[in-house]
Design a protein around this ligand. Sequence first.
Ligand SMILES: Cc1cc2nc3c(=O)[nH]c(=O)nc-3n(C[C@H](O)[C@H](O)[C@H](O)COP(=O)(O)OP(=O)(O)OC[C@H]3O[C@@H](n4cnc5c(N)ncnc54)[C@H](O)[C@@H]3O)c2cc1C
Length: 493
Amino acid sequence: MTSTGNVTVQTDVVIVGTGFSGLGMSRRLCEMDIDHVVLTKESEVGGTWFLNTYPGLCCDIPIPLYCYRDVPFLDAKRLFPTGPEINRYLINFSYEYGVRDHIRFNSEIDEAHWSDEDHCWHVFTTDGTEYVAPVAISGAGALHIPKHLEIDGIETFHGDVMHTAEWDHSVQLAGKRVAVVGTGASSIQVVPELVGDINVAELKLFQRTPPWVLPIGNPSYKSRGKLKHYAYRLYWYLYQEALGVALTKQTWILPFLQRWGIQNIHRAIKDPVLREKLTPKYPIGGKRIGKSKKYYLAIADNRTTLVTDSINRICPAGIVTIDENGVETLHEVDVIIEGTGFEVVESYRHLRLFGINGEDLVAKMDRVGLKAYKGTMFPGVPNFFILLGPNTGLGHNSVILMIEAQIEWVTKVLRMRDRMKGVDALMPNHDVSEKHNAELQAAFEGTVWTKVKNWYQDPRFGTIPTLWPWLVGKFRKQMKHVRREDFDFIISR
Ligand SMILES: Cc1cc2nc3c(=O)[nH]c(=O)nc-3n(C[C@H](O)[C@H](O)[C@H](O)COP(=O)(O)OP(=O)(O)OC[C@H]3O[C@@H](n4cnc5c(N)ncnc54)[C@H](O)[C@@H]3O)c2cc1C
């Protein structure tokens, strides 16, 4: 990496992000001895696992699968690692593999453009630094822009409001009246903590759609050595892929899982009206499946009230709901916790991105929707890669498997470019990419993800731009090879 003056840094590759994607990519470039810079807006590595610190944060993928293939996660205590454990694993990784020396912390990118003059990406951070490199790789993730409540009067609320992804540990919750809005994956983890160790005085849980929650606890998992790690990894890989089969092809299996979910409700909840309110009316898997033995017990706690009426407005004293007869009820609370998830499909809007001839790529995505070639490159956008990009998310297995397959594919594409004399840049062909995406969207037909409104979908285009509709094995197979005929090339000047 060479610095010319205070504000311009020239290198071969700029990577964005220090979560699993950015760190894994950087390590690979270190191995290939490629000069690069890794930018992150945070002050530490970890991405998701650095940003989210809410009580109860835990991974829902078994530990042998939620780590890099050749860097076993050997020191965790339980099968599903906690947020701090994963963050520690990534910090250790960043030291051990020499990645840390390439990282520029507290460097938030706000604009990147491709230059038709020098055939490089020019990436700008908010502190005024410009990074210039022929190749840009985004590991910016899709779950880091919190979706906040947009409800009239929220600014008048007298107490604290915090999103689960922006947990304010200075806010005292013990003995307080607390509202949790939303019943997604984070809320399922945080709710038992609030009535458990945190010991709130009252909990109001505002639910729009009940989640499916299976009674899966977090058994202890001792360090087992590498051999056992790989045996368990194979076991869990097959187990998770089997879930993928149920969600996509063999949906007759789902009622059995649903029965298990209903048993979980009935075990803790005795009131038939409450049971009914908590029972989902869509097939299991349509939204991310929760795993908890404590969630319904927390709802059964006499300090908890489940509120299913719509939120109408927020006033200084609390949250006002309205029932189907138009009758308003005030729920007085001291703290509001937003368990409202993230801006996922539209997360690309938070950057200014320009391609060939200064084309505004954000406006283009607004026009054509979010879609990529093999989830990793965009037609018309040279030498730009995105890890965990469109249609690489999973509803059933570990995304680290997807990220690692992408990293290997990126290195193969870069090698191909290097072998081609006179070629500066490459990008997927538009028609090839369209065909790939048409097949992909067609594969969603009949899957559970189309059966209920969820954050995987883009209602603007009637597509699912987030998930991979097949098994992980199919993605890994697809990413094994680079087809030269699928690309367009930019020739050196
Ligand atoms: C609360 C929560 C729980 C989750 N639980 C699970 C789970 O149980 N199982 C599972 O498989 N997945 C889970 N996920 C998904 C998780 O995000 C992925 O598994 C994985 O961690 C993604 O890694 P990543 O490196 O691609 O992105 P991230 O971890 O999101 O990292 C993104 C990086 O990009 C950087 N960045 C973004 N924008 C900019 C910018 N403009 N300028 C500079 N830097 C930028 C950030 O600083 C960060 O370093 C969860 C996500 C959340 C939010």
